[in-house]
Structure formats: C-alpha cells, structure tokens
Design a protein around this ligand. Structure first.
Ligand code: ADP
Ligand code: MG
Length: 725
C-alpha cells in the first residue's frame, strides 16, 4: 500500500548550504500495524514523515501509494491523499490558536466533506481524556488555554476524527507524562489493528513493547529494520473516498473575515482611495452614458410641456486630395436643414402634429421688436421682458381650422373682441405675453410710429412692422405667471445671478412666438426649402425619439479631379434632428460634465487612485496573510484544496470590494441627486452601464490585488507555509 523507493531529500538554505537529510531510503510499509521510526535528533525522521504525508516534496526517489508513484500525482491527487488517507500529528501540534478545540477538530472532518457533529467530536475528546474536572469535554476551550499535553491530545484527536487509513505521528508523546504516553500507545495499538500507524520517537522501550516493526535511521540512511510482529494482510479498507470535501461556506466566510481587523488603518486608507477612484469612474460613466434627449423629453413631459421644437444640426466633413498628393480633412457646421421631405416623414405619424416654423431670415428684419429693443437698465435686466428682447423668437405657420389645437393655443381671456388665427398671409396672431409687452412699451406700426395702448383689445386689427395685421391674441400652454414672479420694476441682478433662471430663459418658449397662416412661406418665399418644426409631443420618449432618428439623414458630395482643377474633394454631410424644449438650458449647463476634458480628467484621477488603492489592498493582504500563513498552512496539511485557501484570501478582498462598491454607489448616487436637483432634471442616472462598470472595477481590482499573494501562498508546499519559509 505505502512504499518508498530511493527516497532523497536535500535541503538547500538561502546561503546555498546543502543538507542531505535523506540519502536514498527504500521501505515497504505493511497495510496495518504500528511502525516506529527511531533515530537520533537530526537523523531525518521528521523529514521522512513529512514526505510520507506529502507535506513536502522529495528531491529524489518516489513514494508509491497503492502501486502508483507520487511522480505521477497531480496537485489534486496530493490534496486527496492528504485529505482522505492521512492523519498527521505534528511535533509542534500545529493547532489554530484562535479557534476552540471543537472547531479545530471539526475543521479536519469538514475538509473531508463530512459533518462533524458535536457528539462525534465529544466522543473522540473523551477517548483522549480531554475533559475537565466535571466530566465535560474541552470542546469550547481555546487552544491557547490548554497545557502542552492537552494540545498534543487535541492534535491527535484532529487526526483521529478523520478516521484515516494512515496515521503519521511525530513524537506524539513528547509533551505527555509517562502515564498519558502509555495510554496513547495503547490507543494506537488498538487502532492499528486495521490501519497503519507510523510513529517517530526516541523511546526505544515503548517501541519494543508496542511496535510491530522498528526502523532505525542515522544520518539519513536506514541502519536497521526489525520486524517484531506480523499483523498480516487485510482486505483493502474503504476508509477513504477519492472525492475532496469542500470547506463549508460558513467556515470559509468566518475564516476569511477573521483577518479583517488586522490592519485597520491600512484597510481604511485603501477603502478611502478606492472609493474616491470608483466614484470618479462611476460618475464619469454616468456622465458619458447620459441620454440627453430622453432626459430633456422626460423633464418636458413632467413639467407639462405639450410642444417642442425640432431643429437640425448639420455637420459636414470635408476631405480633399490635392494634385501634389497632400490631403486635407476638415469638419464644420453648416446651415441646419430640415427639408420638405422630412416634414413629410414627420407628418406620416399619427400620434403627433408638426407645424412649420418660418425661417427668421425670410421675415422683415426685426419683426415684433418694435421699440422693445430700446430699453433702459431696469427693463433690460428684468427677466420678464427678456423673452421679447429680439423680436418674435419663432413664427409658426398654423392652419386656421386646427391650429389652436395643434399648437395648444387658447384665445386670450381678456379679449372682448373677436380672436382668430390668420386666414390670409397679411395676418398675424400674437401671444398674450407679447400683448403684455406691447402694453408695457407701446407698439410700433409699419412706419415705425410708436403707439400707447392700454388693453389687448386695442391691438386687434392694428398693423405692426412688416405689414402684418394682428387678428388674434392667444395664451399658450406655457405658464406665463411663473415667469411673472420675476417681473421687477427696479434694477436688480436677479437675472444675471440666477443661474436657474438664465438657463430657463435660454430654452424654447412658445409665449415668445407669433403665428402666420399655413403656407405663408411657400407662397411668399418659394425658394426656401429648410425649416424648423413645432411638434406636438406624444408624451412617450421612445416614440418621440424614434421620430427624430427617422428624419436624421446623411449624404455625400464628390468632386472628381477632372472637374475640380486636379484635386479630389468629398463632402460628407450628416444631418441630425434634435428636440429643443424650454429645458434645453439645463442640459447646456451640465455640458462640461460630458465633454472630453472632464471625462479624461475623471478617468485619469480614477486610474491613479485605483492603482494606489489596489497596491494598498495588496499590501494589506500580504500583511494579513503573513499573520495567518500558519493557519492556512495547517489547512493545507489537513487536505484543504489550493482553491479553498485562495477562496479564504478572496473573501477578505471581496468583502473590501463590497464596501467599496456600496460607498462608491452611494456617493455617485448623491452626486446625481444633487445635480438633478440643481438642474431640475433627470439627467444623471446610475443606469445599467455605470452599475456594471462599477461592479467590474470593484471586484476586478480586488481580484487582481488578491491573485498574487493568494497564488504565491497556494503553490507552496504545506510544510513551508506552516514553517513560514
Ligand atoms: P529529526 O526529525 O530526525 O530530528 P529532521 O528530519 O528534522 O531530523 O532533520 C534532518 C536534517 O535536515 C537535520 O540536519 C536538519 O538540520 C535538516 N533540516 C530539516 N529541515 C530543514 C529545512 N527546512 N531546511 C534545512 N535543513 C533542514
Ligand atoms: Mg524531528
């Protein structure tokens, strides 16, 4: 069953000194019985036992288990061998000091995948006389509260609970008084009736009394092998399985987390750096993944907006290749163009209405401004006046039948005379807001003469600049009264200093519009082919956005060398449509959080902090592992898989990662909430992508920081880990 052939072990110290501890040993152990290995100190007994227990590797020769050479063993085979077949009793006990007697013993069984019930452990403890005066077992005692003799017996109990086929004991009676020593030998003698027990000892007398076989070593060689009794062959016992037990999750967790408090400052600094890093990274992802248009639309719906303007952004990329071979690339913005074709596309949809906005440059210069532009300081800084400063912001073509519904208009309630939309191209309808402005500042007729008026009624039928006659005054869907709260009669800086208000005024406002008859532009300016559009929102961001995508288009113009003086030019136009609502200003205010500079800065900051935090975490784990190396080595000697050890190390860094994750998420969330509150906007949302990247970052760095120390520990021989080599 167990055999060694030409076994050699040469230790080499760091300084290069070589010690030949075993010089070619061959032995054939019986299936069962008690084998004593005797010899002076330094003769190589412990070395031999460690090799038999596969706690260390031989430098020559082989160990043969059931006819299979250890040379052909995989790492897993070694783990299985240690786990299932060997019970090792160390000379120095190698118990885990922080745990109770019970846990130390139960651990060995758990590693075999067995449940170590309290009663099973107690039975072994009683057998080894590990009880107090009252007859209770020492199950709950901590290891460091035990005497040397008691520790030795706990170490023995830990080997016995595994019910192994082979027990290897290194001077097991060393710490026991002679009476206990005798009891132990008697116990071993009983147990050896169906298993192999190999005992390293100085005690020639006991060896002769209890041993079935005595092997004597000197200077790493066998000087004699005496067979006292032959216990004969036994049928191959099935003590052992071939599967490996896993360390139960609960135990893995508690072992992993035990080291958590060992270097609190280092851990805290690592966490702080990590949280700074991950928050920056996460917020940058939030920023970069912001869906500006959806956010703006949703805010618009939330605030009850019913219409929005669709405008086009047109970008042209030019590429020129000159006849001498050099090339030139350029990108520039060009006149936004939404064409009749796109209006057609938009009009096909049922859930919305589109209204053409007459391009301002075809209208008489300054229409609607009158004398409103010439205003003194208090009026100039009065936010209520601001929307009228440049004349009508937009002039919309409306069908006189359906226009009121399309543009969400209602006749001004103050009017006592007829109010209607334009029915011919000389008529114009204005808003109640604009009427207020005319009442406040007077209005200029088509020859520029200023008239004072007192009521909206006075405006109906009057002719303004450009020759338009006012036929109606309408209130729009917008809350004019909201802006009116900023109507100041005296000079103040509110407009200049109130960021919120300025952004608001930057947006689209239907109260600054005027309305002309449908077809005005086509009739008077047939060459005009490009428009903005007023659009009845559907109230569903997905539908509204789809529409925008539908009308975005691109085209390309090429000039071949023949027609272009020998150089080739290519122009790529891309026309994309976008909504403009009165909330656009808020988006603009947060633009810096999406621009490349901010994103690059955030990325750099987060990388720098992430590196420092990972290094610190690694340093923390190294320090922690140095402390618990012995413990992990003991686990390995009991047959814990490499992976169990790695897992225990991982638990700690993953727990750190969890803390990092939660804190970073909270910080990012708070940043988003603050920004959203400031800009009254659902602009910053921690969506799937930021969440996923945060998870990846936290656990990725933790894994990276753990891999090196954990693997370094895991690949070592158990005996080296225990002895801290
Ligand atoms: P024993 O158990 O019989 O007292 P050991 O097997 O512990 O003897 O040691 C055998 C020889 O190997 C001794 O000379 C000892 O100094 C040496 N030795 C044991 N372990 C190591 C080690 N890890 N590194 C270097 N030399 C060692
Ligand atoms: Mg020894």
């Amino acid at each position: 069953m167990l055999e060694v052939k030409d076994l050699e072990k040469t230790y080499e110290s760091r300084s290069g000194v070589r010690v030949k501890a075993l010089k070619g040993i061959s032995l054939n152990f019986p299936e069962k019985g008690m084998v004593f290995i005797l010899g002076k100190s330094g003769s190589g007994k412990s070395t031999l036992l460690n090799l038999l227990g596969s706690l260390d590797c031989p430098t020559g020769g082989e160990i043969i288990v059931d006819g299979r050479s250890s040379k052909n063993f995989s790492n897993k085979d070694f783990d299985v061998y240690r786990n299932n077949r060997i019970g090792f009793i160390f000379q120095e006990f190698n118990l885990i000091d922080n745990y109770t007697v019970g846990v130390n013993i139960a651990l060995a069984a758990e590693l075999q995948g067995k449940k170590a019930s309290r009663s099973a452990v107690d039975a072994v403890l009683r057998e080894l006389d590990l009880t107090d005066g009252d007859g209770n077992t020492l199950y709950e005692r901590r290891i460091n509260e035990l005497s040397g003799g008691q520790k030795q017996r706990v170490a023995i109990a830990r080997a016995l609970i595994k019910n192994p086929q082979i027990i290897l004991a290194d001077e097991p009676t060393g710490a026991l008084d002679s009476e206990s020593g005798t009891e132990l030998y008697e116990l071993f003698a009983r147990l050896s009736s169906d298993r192999l027990i190999i005992i390293v000892s100085h005690d020639t007398e006991s060896a002769k009394q209890y041993g079935d076989r005595i092997i004597e070593l000197r200077d790493g060689t066998i000087v004699s092998e005496t067979i006292l009794r032959e216990k004969g062959q036994i049928a191959a016992p099935d003590y052992y399985g071939t599967a490996l037990g896993k360390l139960p999750l609960k135990r893995t967790l508690s072992m992993g987390l035990a080291g958590f408090g060992c270097k609190p400052l280092r851990l805290a600094i690592s966490v702080i750096l990590a949280v700074i890093s991950f928050t920056f990274a996460c917020f940058a992802t939030v920023s970069a993944t912001t869906d500006v248009m959806t956010a703006e639309l949703k805010t618009a719906y939330k605030n009850g907006a019913k219409t929005a303007v669709i405008t086009a952004d047109s970008v042209c990329e030019s590429y020129t290749k000159y006849s001498d071979g050099h090339t030139n690339r350029n990108t520039f913005e060009c006149t936004p163009t939404l064409t009749e074709e796109q209006i057609e596309l938009l009009s096909e949809t049922d859930d919305c209405t589109v209204m053409k906005i007459v391009p301002s440059w075809v209208l008489p210069a300054g229409i609607g401004i009158g004398n409103l532009g010439r205003r003194s300081a208090p009026e100039k800084y009065n936010p209520y006046n601001n929307l009228s400063a440049g004349g009508f912001r937009r002039v919309v073509e409306l069908n006189s039948e359906s226009g009121e519904t399309d543009a969400c208009l209602k006749p001004d309630a103050r009017l006592t005379v007829e109010c209607r939309l334009p029915q011919n191209f000389n008529e114009i309808a204005i808003t109640d807001y604009w009427a207020d402005m005319y009442i406040r500042f007077g209005f200029a007729d088509s020859s520029g003469v200023l008239h004072k008026i007192t009521s909206p009624d006075d405006l109906i039928g009057r002719t303004i600049e450009g020759g338009f006659t006012i036929c109606g005054i309408y209130s729009t869907e917008e809350d004019k009264e909201w802006l009116k709260q900023y109507d100041y009669n005296e000079y103040n800086y509110e407009y200049v200093t109130n960021d919120y208000l300025r952004r608001w005024l930057d947006g689209e406002h239907s109260m600054s519009y005027a309305f002309v008859n449908d077809g005005y532009c086509a009739e008077n300016f047939p060459d005009v082919t490009t428009y903005d559009m007023l659009y009845r929102l559907s109230g569903n961001a997905a539908i509204d956005k789809k529409l925008i995508d539908k009308i975005s288009y691109s085209y390309c113009v090429e000039w071949l060398p023949e027609e272009n003086l020998g150089s080739y030019t290519r122009l790529d136009y891309s026309i994309s449509a976008a909504f403009r609502t009165r909330y656009a200003g808020y988006v603009a205010a947060t633009e810096f959080l999406r621009d490349e500079l901010f994103l690059t800065a955030a990325t750099i900051i987060s990388i720098v902090f992430a590196v420092f935090s990972a290094l610190l975490l690694m340093n923390f784990l190294f320090a922690d592992m140095a402390v618990r190396k012995r413990e992990l080595g003991i686990l390995r000697s009991l047959g814990a898989r490499t992976f169990d050890v790695v897992k225990i190390c991982m638990i700690e860094s993953f727990a750190t990662a969890c803390i990092d994750f939660v804190l970073s998420l909270i910080l990012t969330g708070v940043a988003c909430v603050i920004l959203n509150a400031k800009y009254s906007f659902g602009l910053f949302v921690v969506g799937i992508i930021p969440l996923a990247s945060l998870l990846l970052l936290c656990f990725g760095t933790a894994a990276l920081a753990t891999i090196v120390p954990a693997v370094r520990l895991a690949v070592k021989k158990p005996i080296d880990v225990i002895n801290n080599k």
